[in-house]
Design a protein around this ligand. Structure first.
Ligand code: SF4
Ligand code: SF4
Length: 366
C-alpha cells in the first residue's frame, strides 16, 4: 500500500526547469524571503516559496495550471532578495514556459518556436506560403516603374489568407484557454466573489495601465519598457486593421500624412525604444532579468525586425528603391511570425495572464 504522504517526483520535469532557468532551486532553504518581498503575492495562498519546493520535488501536477505563475510579473524583486541566490523569478518564468507547451494547440508549434534548431523551418514555412499565394494570384513578376506594392503583392488574397490563419490560431487558443481554465479552477478552488465580466474588465484596466509592473521595487525599467512595447504593439494591430480596410475599400497607397501612417510610426518608435531597453537589460543586467532563453529572445527579435522592416518598407516605396519588393516580402514574413505564431511565442503569456488574473479576481485573490 502507498503511504499517505508518498510523493512521486517527476525527474524529467526537475531537469527541464533546471536547464531552462539555470537556477539552483535545490539550494532553496524555504526561508520565505521571496514571498515576503513580492508585492504581487496575495495574503491567502502566497507565492513563490511553495512553488520553489514543488519544483525541487518535481511536483509537476501542482505547477501545471497553477494561476500563481501568471500573477507573477517577473519583476525580479524576489531574486534580488533571495539569500541563497536561487533566482525564483526565473524559475517561475521557466514554469510558465512549460505551461505554454502543455496547453498549446497544436503543441508541436509551441515546441518548434521554442527551439533554435527549428528556426529555418519557422521562417521558411511562411515564406513558401506567401510565395504560393503570389503564384496563385499570378502577380509573381516584379513590375516596372514606381514602386506599387499592390501590383506584386495581391492584398486581397494575402488579407483573406492571413485572416483565415488568424481565425484558425484563435480557435486553437480557445481550446487551450478552456483546458487552462478548468485546471486553474481545480488547482485553486475558491468562492466566487465577483462576476466574471466585472473581473475581466477590472483585469483589463490593470493590464492597460500596467499597474502590477508599477509595484516592482528593484527594477523600475520593467514598467516603462513593458508599457512602451505593450502600447506599441496594440497601436500596431489597430493600424494594421485600418490599413487592411484602406487597401480593400479606400485609397491605396496611403499618404505619409495619413493618420494611420502617423500612428504606425509612433507605434514603431514605442516598440523600438521598449525592445531596446528590454534587450539591453537582458544583455547587461542578468541579475534583474534572470537567464534569457531563446524563447525570450525570439519574440523580441522578430518584433524588432517587424518594426524596422515596416519602416524601411515605407522608405523604400517613397524612395522607389529597387529592393523595395524584397523588403516588403521580408516584412510580410515577420508579420506572420509575430501575429500568426503569437499564441506559441512569448506573446502568449499575455493571454494566459489575463485568464489567470480574471479567475484570481473573481475569487477575491487579486
Ligand atoms: S528567498 Fe530564496 S531561499 Fe528563501 S524561500 Fe525564496 S527561493 Fe528559497
Ligand atoms: S518575480 Fe516579482 S512578481 Fe514574480 S514572484 Fe518574484 S517578486 Fe513576485
Amino acid at each position: 500500500m502507498i503511504p499517505q504522504n508518498y510523493i512521486e517526483p517527476d525527474i524529467d520535469f526537475i531537469r527541464k526547469v533546471g536547464k531552462q532557468s539555470g537556477a539552483s532551486f535545490k539550494e532553496c532553504m524555504q526561508c520565505g524571503a521571496c514571498t515576503v518581498v513580492c508585492n504581487l503575492s496575495p495574503q491567502e495562498n502566497p507565492f513563490p516559496r511553495k512553488e520553489m519546493i514543488w519544483t525541487a520535488w518535481g511536483l509537476k501536477e501542482k505547477l501545471i495550471g497553477n494561476p500563481n505563475l501568471w500573477l507573477c510579473h517577473q519583476c525580479g524583486d524576489c531574486s534580488s532578495y533571495c539569500p541563497r541566490g536561487v533566482d525564483p523569478a526565473n524559475v517561475l518564468s521557466s514554469l510558465r514556459q512549460i505551461n505554454y507547451e502543455y496547453y498549446a494547440n497544436p503543441s508541436f508549434l509551441a515546441r518548434a518556436l521554442n527551439k533554435i534548431i527549428f528556426l529555418p523551418i519557422v521562417i521558411l514555412f511562411p515564406a513558401i506560403i506567401i510565395l504560393l499565394i503570389l503564384l496563385l494570384a499570378g502577380t509573381m513578376q516584379i513590375p516596372d516603374g514606381d514602386v506599387n506594392y499592390s501590383l506584386f503583392f495581391p492584398h486581397l488574397h494575402l488579407n483573406i489568407s492571413f485572416s483565415l490563419l488568424v481565425l484558425l490560431v484563435a480557435f486553437g487558443m480557445v481550446l487551450s484557454i478552456k483546458k487552462f481554465w478548468s485546471d486553474i479552477k481545480n488547482n485553486m478552488p475558491g468562492v466566487r466573489s465577483y462576476s466574471l465580466v466585472k473581473s475581466f474588465f477590472s483585469v483589463l484596466k490593470t493590464i492597460l495601465t500596467h499597474k502590477q509592473f508599477s509595484k516592482c521595487d528593484t527594477h523600475k525599467y520593467h514598467y516603462w519598457a513593458h508599457m512602451a512595447v505593450f502600447w506599441g504593439f496594440i497601436l500596431l494591430i489597430l493600424v494594421t486593421l485600418v490599413a487592411i480596410a484602406n487597401v480593400l475599400f479606400f485609397e491605396y497607397p496611403m499618404s505619409l500624412m495619413h493618420p494611420a501612417k502617423i500612428t504606425g510610426n509612433i507605434a514603431g518608435i514605442l516598440l523600438v525604444v521598449g525592445i531596446s531597453i528590454m534587450g539591453y537589460q537582458r544583455l547587461t543586467n542578468k541579475k534583474g532579468t534572470g537567464k534569457s532563453t531563446y524563447f525570450d529572445w525570439m519574440f523580441l527579435i522578430f518584433l524588432l525586425l517587424l518594426t524596422i522592416s515596416g519602416t524601411i518598407t515605407q522608405l523604400a516605396r517613397f524612395g522607389n528603391w529597387s529592393s523595395a519588393y524584397y523588403i516588403y516580402f521580408f516584412h510580410l514574413v515577420c508579420v506572420w511570425i509575430v501575429i500568426i505564431y503569437a499564441p506559441y511565442t512569448k506573446f502568449g503569456h499575455m493571454i494566459y495572464r489575463i485568464v489567470a488574473m480574471t479567475y484570481a479576481k473573481s475569487v477575491g485573490r487579486l
